[in-house]
Design a protein around this ligand. Structure first.
Ligand SMILES: Cc1ncc(COP(=O)(O)O)c(C=O)c1O
Length: 399
């Protein structure tokens, strides 16, 4: 094993590849991380779109502490009535369109997608799934079947049959969606490839083709939801409503959760002649996590963070002007800064972290680095962060 991974040498399995950051963090508060020497880092990646409220938001901590005084875990999902779980489902229903009224809670993004795919099978009795090149929907067997990059999934073949990947933003390929298609799954903005925006009403065109053929449309909003686009959900930005919505990451306010959400009618298909139920999950709907998710939604909904995202995003764009920056893609706080070159991007990330900024490149795009800060970042903190980024780019430019 390479010396790059000292933490993974002995008892801990290797859990990441590339050049693991390997920082040992003692404490995290707001947008800052502190290492064991007290050095401060600005978190511009939010644990990859998880900590949308930053670290240890006081209202989230308060709810966790209250819940710890009541109970942590009671019984496998669904056997008891857990108020926190019921309230979270009610809250989501109140925030979502009528056709997304019914939530099934699970533990992760991958499991949310798995659950959604199983629901589709039970509801439509079909199993052809269309996903998109350049997409990532998780790391389990079923989600790997959807993956849009062959080399990442090839070692696991054979995977699920009848899975097809078509090109994002290419309406000519939408003819692949036909009456055999059970569902189309996509992110409204492709995150793993570097924040690729839908162009020329592409989402409307996918929606229309699904309606023509009877295929269900699943939106994976595991990264894009909870305020990053300047709306609570990215689909609101584009005015296209999916049949099934998958959430995870930021919904748990830092604790693990996933959810697949649909209409009551579609969700009832989980009971479609199945001897148990279409999906089961020991920790699904965990009361502590659901209480935290409720607090997260409450803070996001009642405070001004989401309204300020567009202006703060523009501030990043105004400040991040440099000869090494080719382009900035994405929207809101889903930004990808294109340095045009893999080597420079790797060097940049390696230099900027010791300079006090946490960022990273993308799974399928190693010539860009990401800007996914907590929504709570202030204008002053954005200015300070951009000054460090520009100084680091200057250093690279002078080499
Ligand atoms: C868009 C998207 N979908 C699904 C997943 C899988 O989520 P998890 O890692 O919680 O299983 C991820 C994780 O990065 C993701 O970014």
């Amino acid at each position: 094993m390479k010396d790059l991974f000292p933490a993974f040498k002995y008892n801990l399995a290797q859990t990441t590849k590339f050049n693991a950051i390997q920082l040992e963090i003692e404490k995290a508060e707001g947008i800052y991380l502190y290492d064991k020497n007290g050095k401060k880092y600005t978190d511009l990646i939010s644990g990859v779109a998880v900590n949308n409220l930053g670290h240890r938001h006081p209202k989230v901590i308060e709810v966790i502490q209250k819940q710890l005084d009541k109970y942590i875990y009671l019984m496998v999902y669904g056997e008891f009535v857990q108020k926190e779980t019921v309230h979270l489902a009610e809250k989501l229903a109140a925030l979502l369109p009528e056709t997304l009224s019914t939530s099934y809670f699970v533990n992760s993004g991958s499991e949310a997608i798995e659950g959604a795919l199983k629901l589709v099978k039970l509801h439509t009795k079909k199993h052809q799934v269309i996903s998109f090149k350049g997409s990532y929907h998780g790391s389990t067997q079923a989600t790997l079947s959807l993956l849009g990059e062959e080399k990442f999934k090839n070692p696991f073949r054979p995977l699920a049959p009848l899975q097809k990947q078509i090109e994002f933003n290419n309406p000519e390929q939408l003819g692949e969606i036909n009456h055999q298609t059970a569902c189309v799954i996509m992110e409204p903005i492709q995150t793993a490839s570097g924040m690729i925006m839908p162009e020329n009403k592409f989402l409307d065109k996918v929606r229309q083709r699904c309606d023509e053929t009877g295929a269900l449309l699943i939106f994976d909003e595991i990264q894009t939801a909870l305020g990053r686009t300047g709306k609570l959900f990215a689909f609101e930005t584009f005015g296209v409503i999916p049949d099934i919505l998958c959430l995870a990451k930021s919904l748990g306010g830092g604790l693990p959760i996933g959810a697949f959400i649909s209409s009551r009618e579609i969700m009832n298909s989980l009971d479609n002649g199945h001897p148990l139920l279409g999906h089961a999950s020991t920790f699904g709907g965990h009361p502590l996590v659901c209480a935290t998710a409720l607090a997260t939604l409450d803070v996001l909904y009642t405070e001004n963070y989401i309204k300020e995202i567009e202006a703060k995003s523009q501030l990043f764009r105004q400040l991040l002007v440099h000869p090494l920056i080719n382009d900035i893609c994405g929207t809101g706080f889903l930004l990808s800064v294109d340095l045009g070159n893999t080597g420079i991007t790797k060097k940049f990330v390696e230099l900027v972290i010791p300079n006090g900024i946490i960022t990273y490149w993308f799974l399928f795009n190693d010539h860009s680095f990401s800007i996914l800060p907590p929504l709570t970042i202030t204008n002053e903190e954005i200015e300070e962060s951009c000054a460090i980024i520009l100084k680091t780019l200057d250093k690279l430019n002078s080499e």
